[in-house]
Design a protein around this ligand. Sequence first.
Ligand code: HAM
Length: 414
Amino acid sequence: MSDILPQDQPLWRKIQEEVRNVAEFYNFSRIDTPFLEFSDIFEKTAGASTDIVEKQMFLIERRKDGGRKLALRPEGTAGVVRAYLEHNLARSAQPAKLYYFGPMFRYEQPQAGRYRQFFQAGFETIGGVDDTIYDAQTMLIVFRVLEALKLKNISSQINSIGCRVCRPQYERRLRAYYQSRKKNICKDCERKLDVNILRILDCKKDQCEVTKLDAPSMMDSLCADCRERLREVLEYLDELKVPYTMNQCLVRGLDYYNRTVFEFVAESPSSAIAGGGRYDYLVETLTGKKTAVPAVGASIGIERVIEAMRAQGVKEPSVKKPDIFLVHVGDLAKKKLLTLREMFSRANVRISESLGRESLRAQLKLADKEGARYALLLGQKEMFEESVILRDMETGEQETIPMAKIVDEIKRRM
Ligand code: HAM
């Protein structure tokens, strides 16, 4: 888990701004759900046999008074859908287009680009008409955010993992294939064979890569409807000029997806910077009622975006420098400094100062360090004359200006 230090805040603010701009452009409304949810929400939706649920949830011990177990949210989608149901957002205009920006928590093995607290910006389109145009729009939105942040060489990988009709058939074929090759795959994949067969396709170990080469392909198992929908999504992406490649081995680390799944990658870091897909059965899973609600979404991993930006040398916004640094000598001047400060902040001038008892030299040094354009010097004499000394920090030139005129004078110069 990381601290976001003051010097990193301008970049984080910029990323949040771009996320908000893109979200508003595509009519997404912000939603904030709690960091804690009942853990069974994730168990039901992400899938009991996924890494996220099996190993990575931060669970909170049951309180003495009983109640359901809580978990720090490992991802945002389940909480957003829970809120959609709880507040009956299906009543308002559909689909509900919701976006969020906040921390997620997974007890992972920390390494570059993999943290236990990380931030996601997520976009979810829930309800309304079941239309593949939303799959493409979701991918477009991710692409637009990454573009707005000046990332280059972004590509996406897309796949269809089928529906309730065709996926079980594919899983059977895949299981049969791997059953007869058990000795060729790693221990982890051997386990997945029984609990989460699709995830076998995700293994990057050499021995498993070789076995994967001849594994049955999902494409050959897709039903006519899934095939047609995939074709539609790809056509929309072509039209929108969102770059993609088909990856028939792309399966996601969460079980709630059906049909379209995708990930975005930059050259560095090599791991995905965003991922998502369609999840038409998630509402059903949460309510237990047989009503499929079309839904599709994606989340962008903010730390990975930052790593990609830094690897690509994207210029970062810097900490804003003060326009003016107020320097004072003596108690009277110190009191006046507070009034001056208020006058300037009302006029939207960025002010900095040292309120302690540092010497004149120390205060000027600080003004220089903070990169202030001007320093205003206020001593006994100036107090008596109701004036201030304006010092240009670059040239060192100084002039005396009546106190009553100083705000206007500074605004004029800026
Ligand atoms: P996800 O692929 O698990 O999907 O996470 C989305 C993104 O979050 C990843 O592509 C990655 O950039 C970032 N991420 C994931 N784990 C970590 C980590 N430990 N450290 C740093 N970054 C990480 C989801 O979470 C889905 N909820 C996406 C979605 C939204 N699907 C539909 N709607």
